[in-house]
Structures are given as structure tokens and as C-alpha cells.
Design a binder for this molecule. Structure first.
Ligand SMILES: Nc1ncnc2c1ncn2[C@@H]1O[C@H](COP(=O)(O)OP(=O)(O)OP(=O)(O)O)[C@@H](O)[C@H]1O
Length: 291
């Protein structure tokens, strides 16, 4: 009966951050509702980490920012009760034992549930005395996941969480996160360069370039808005008339074009159509043909 209008978990308006005259954030604006898994994707130096630091209250910046109803610049301590932040899975100190890691997180995070963490670890080969240096990369991921998933945070911020891990562990990390952690009460924001590996778990995507958001869309819309066409040679000019945002040649004289908001019924007369992968969409957007 009562329509609940949920306030977004994050509202960022017109953020600017300048480092020594260079703009890391340049009028960055976005909103993230609860229950979403958002990929913040951009090339090196685009401003991803700076945006995450801003929403965590770790840097000064100009503009409007509300995270879980709080301004991270002035209410950081209260905010951190509901936020969990992981910079990089590969950074656990090598001398640390499993039980030290658990003690540490228990000490710093009020929403950490030790019993829940130990239940996750019971399903692995990890023992309490084992040190990080004795673990395989996959075991490190398991430890990290057990620590993260035992924190009942409303917002989980992951900055390149799988850096340095091989493809099997990276996939495992995201799959476990989706299956064992995420629910509609939680929100996850994640940056990565490995776009292909996270696109299937994302609900929304934010592309950032030179400190500006250049694409902000739910994944469902991405599938409807963008179409890739394997254009037959005789239709090249007709297809180009619809202003593809990207065009690339394939072997044997085939050409792939990527279109934004052109009906599939029109495009299918030029060749085979399909939904582009996020990586191809990212490359096309960043080339600047599309402004
Ligand atoms: N502490 C700092 N001092 C000076 N410049 C900085 C600092 N931190 C970031 N920058 C600059 O701000 C810009 C954005 O950096 P940021 O780390 O946010 O990029 P990023 O998108 O996370 O990149 P990457 O994918 O390479 O990690 C870059 O030009 C960077 O050189």
C-alpha cells in the first residue's frame, strides 16, 4: 500500500577532485540504488580509485556526496559501520596466520561475525594456524572471502579485488560473492579491468573516462540499446548511414559495427546481429568516436 521510495545508497553530484592541477574527477555524477552490483569501469587513470576514495571519505573533494544518507567527509566513522572496503585480495601480509586475520577484522569491524567466518572456513582446507605464505592463491581468496562474507555491511566496495589472481580464482571469487554474500539488502561497487569476468554478475555499469561518467546504464538496458552487426560487404554504406559508434574489420572481408539505439529490425537487414560484450562496448566508448 505505502509506496516506499528508497533513497539511493550512493548519490554523487558534480564531484571534482584536482591533484596538482590535474582533474581526477571532473563533474562526476551518479546514483546507485540498494540491491545492485555496479561495475565502475574505466581505463588507467580514469578516476575509479579516486571516486571510491571519495565515497569512503578517504580524500577531500568538491561536490555533493551522500553514502547511506551520510556525507563521507564529515560522518566517516559512523558510515564505516555499514561499509566494507577491500583494496586488493593479494595484499594480506605473508606472515599472517588465519586466526590473526580473523582477530584483526574482528577488532576493526563492528559488524564482523566470527562464527560465520569460521563456518565458511570449515568448508575449506584452511586451518587457524596456517600462514598466508603457506597458502595457494586460491586459498588466499577463500580466506579473504570468508572474512568479507562475515561482515554484514550494507555497502561493499571492491577496488580491483582479484588483481594478481589467475582466471580460475577470479571466477571463483565473483561466483562466491554472488551466491554466498549478495542479496537485495546489499550493494556492491566494484572496479576491475577484467570486464569479461564480471559482466555476468553486474546489474549496472558505469563507464568513467577522464573523471567523467560516459555511460550509466542497467545491464538490461545495455542489451536493448547496443547491437553489434556482422555487416555483409554489400551493406557497408547503408549500415554506416546509421552512424555506428564503432567499426572493426574481421578476416575474410567481414566488418563488425556497433550501434546505439538503432532498431534491431533495421540492423538485421545488414547482417547477423548480437548483443555486444561489455569489453567491446567499453573499447568502443573509450575510443572517443562516441561523445
Ligand atoms: N595521490 C595522488 N596525487 C597525484 N595525482 C593522483 C593521486 N591519485 C591519483 N592521481 C591522479 O588522478 C588520476 C586518476 O587516478 P585514479 O587512481 O583514480 O585512476 P584509476 O581509474 O583508479 O586508474 P587505474 O585503473 O590505473 O588504477 C590519475 O591521473 C592519477 O595520476
Amino acid at each position: 500500500m505505502n509506496a516506499v521510495i528508497e533513497t539511493p545508497v550512493i548519490t554523487a553530484r558534480n564531484l571534482t577532485k584536482t591533484y596538482k592541477g590535474a582533474r581526477a574527477l571532473d563533474g562526476t555524477s551518479f546514483q546507485i540504488p540498494a540491491g545492485r552490483i555496479v561495475g565502475l569501469i574505466g581505463p588507467n587513470g580514469a578516476g575509479k580509485t579516486t571516486a571510491l576514495k571519495a565515497l569512503l571519505g578517504l580524500i577531500r573533494f568538491d561536490g555533493e556526496m551522500s553514502v547511506l544518507g551520510r556525507d563521507p567527509r564529515t560522518e566517516r566513522d559512523a558510515l564505516m559501520n555499514d561499509v566494507c572496503f577491500i583494496a586488493d585480495v593479494a595484499v594480506l601480509p605473508r606472515w599472517m596466520r588465519v586466526r590473526d586475520a580473523i582477530d584483526f577484522v574482528e577488532g576493526v569491524h563492528p559488524r564482523f561475525d566470527r562464527a560465520r567466518c569460521e563456518r565458511f572456513l570449515a568448508n575449506t582446507k584452511l586451518g587457524p594456524k596456517q600462514r598466508v605464505r603457506e597458502m595457494s592463491k586460491g586459498m588466499i581468496v577463500q580466506l579473504h572471502l570468508a572474512l568479507v562474507m562475515a561482515i554484514d555491511a550494507k555497502l561493499l566496495v571492491l577496488d580491483e579485488p582479484t588483481l594478481g589472481l589467475d582466471i580460475l580464482y577470479r571466477k571463483q571469487f565473483y561466483q562466491r560473492l554472488l551466491e554466498d554474500y549478495f542479496d537485495e539488502q546489499k550493494t556492491i561497487i566494484v572496479t576491475t579491468h577484467q570486464v569479461e569476468e564480471i559482466e555476468h554478475i553486474l546489474t549496472d555499469v558505469l563507464f568513467i573516462q577522464n573523471g567523467k561518467i560516459v555511460l550509466d546504464a542497467p545491464m538490461d538496458d545495455v542489451g536493448e540499446r547496443f547491437v553489434e552487426v556482422l555487416v555483409n560487404a554489400e551493406h557497408l554504406d547503408a549500415a554506416r548511414a546509421h552512424r555506428p559508434i564503432d567499426e572493426r574489420a574481421l578476416p575474410f572481408g567481414k566488418t563488425v559495427m556497433l550501434f546505439d539505439s538503432v532498431p534491431v529490425s533495421t540492423l538485421s537487414t545488414y547482417g547477423e546481429t548480437r548483443t555486444p560484450g561489455l569489453a567491446d562496448l567499453f573499447v568502443a566508448t573509450m575510443k572517443g568516436a562516441y561523445a
